[in-house]
Design a protein around this ligand. Sequence first.
Ligand code: PRX
Length: 561
Amino acid sequence: MTLNQLKIIEPVAGDYNLPNYSEVRRSFKWEDAGEDLSFNKTGRLNMAHEAIDRHVEDGYGHKTALHYVNGDERVSYTFKEVKEKTDHYARILKENGIEKGDRVFIFLPKTPECYIAILSAIKIGAIAGPLFEAFMEDAVRDRMNDCGAKLLITDKEMVKRVPEKDIPTLETILYAEDIEAEPFIDDGKQYTEWMDAEDGMLIHYTSGSTGKPKGVLHAHRVVTHQYQSGKWVLDIKDDDVYWCTSHPGWVTGSVYGLFTPWLNRATVVIQGGRFKAEHWYKLIAELGVTIWYSAPTAFRMLLSQGDVLKDYDLSSLRHILSVGEPLNPEVIYWAWEELGVRIHDTWWMTETGAHLVVNLPGEKIKPGSMGRPFPGIEVGILDEAGEVVPRGTVGQLAVKTPWPGLMKEIWGNKDKFDSYFKYEGWYVSGDLAYQDEEDYVFFQSRDDDMINSSGERIGPFEVESKLIEHPAIQEAGVIGKPHEVRGEIVKAFIVLREGYVESPELLEEIRVFVRNNLAAHLAPKEIEVMDELPKTTISGKILRRELKRMEIEKSAVDQNA
Ligand code: PRX
């Protein structure tokens, strides 16, 4: 059975924010986007103002902006309270000499303080650099050094993973506990710095197949694209309780966990703690979550827990979205049968700022497809010469430039930035896909060696570089090995130095070495020792594709055995 023959899930009748899709797809212009945003009326722009302060000015100060849940702990803040808190953080950042354009990093768990710290840096015109909470020393150091971080907001526990002495530009470390303990002074001051659309706002480090992670810089203009996708794709309305499960250190967590829902005045749920099916369902039931955004790995983990969901009243859910990795049709059918709610896949990237290919709530879903281009976005499937291929043919998934969410630059790396635009007028994603006659886009694979494990983007180079720092390792090649639940897992092939002998203890030591220096999700789940690694004859480069081919062949044999 091909994907095109899978059962289509028809739209459910509803009062959606985007009433007439085909008309809007035809006539939409980006100039008309962001109708509610205040800069369209005042000409003054700042993401933090649009996300929080605007709502207070418009009379929504008493609306609940967030619910924080961690175990039995519950905290809620109104928009007015979030505004005051961002002003409070902003004042302290200013007192510490932070100016427009400075890089302020945020290294905190998924707590309200993390969200508020990010917004306060943006409010005063700094560039916010949120770090994933599980990063270890080397990952923290590489990212902060790359763009010359000046200040870090962290807490007294996580600071143990900050190698302060190795980050020469870092002038100040502030602790969230201390900022919280200081009383809020209502000095009536306006902390918002009005920004140019092209001024930097947010930097996220992300991986490709070569080199260390790159700093993707977004400008304040991204606000239009994010607002509009929140309205149409997330379908946010005033009485919605919205939960995105990602940490703001990932782009999904910042763009769709923080900016986009607040640009649309949603009540945002922030959930601390690790994944546990019972906790997740309980949270949905207790808070009455209506819109839920997560990733296929999480849905697959929930699916594998079977009937647990029957113990909870999940009837508040009206809209579910997925992102980050291929969404398998089984998961869509599961949610449809068990919850009576459709899962809407969405496709975009750190570099693209917001959604590009989406399943809109009032349109039919073709399981196996990521949906259709967002209004105002033109997708092209290109061949090697940069020509659009016929429908149904697999090629490079590309997008017509420009659009408001597109990254501004790769920090300090113009060559890397330019490499996305090798065909005139197109942004090339690095994904392979095909498009059908009705414009639906079907993801096939990456076009490079990037690994996608549980929706987290992992660069093999960063892992390999760490592996060869271990005294036992002479060479290392890292690939994504297909995995039923996580999509892929990190697998390392290594050649040992002379004098070292393979043993379970040594392999475990290597795994722990990567975990303790980089991050748990970057540590190889499997390590295989080889006599030599396959290489190109001329340049001697390790052939990851060959390793992957061998691995896939081997698992096919295992399965048939
Ligand atoms: O390969 C695609 C995959 O994730 C990559 C982007 O990763 P990142 O920048 O970390 O952003 C993740 C969330 C925006 C893409 O190049 N990807 C993203 N969404 C999907 C996907 N693969 C399949 N289906 C998707 N819906």
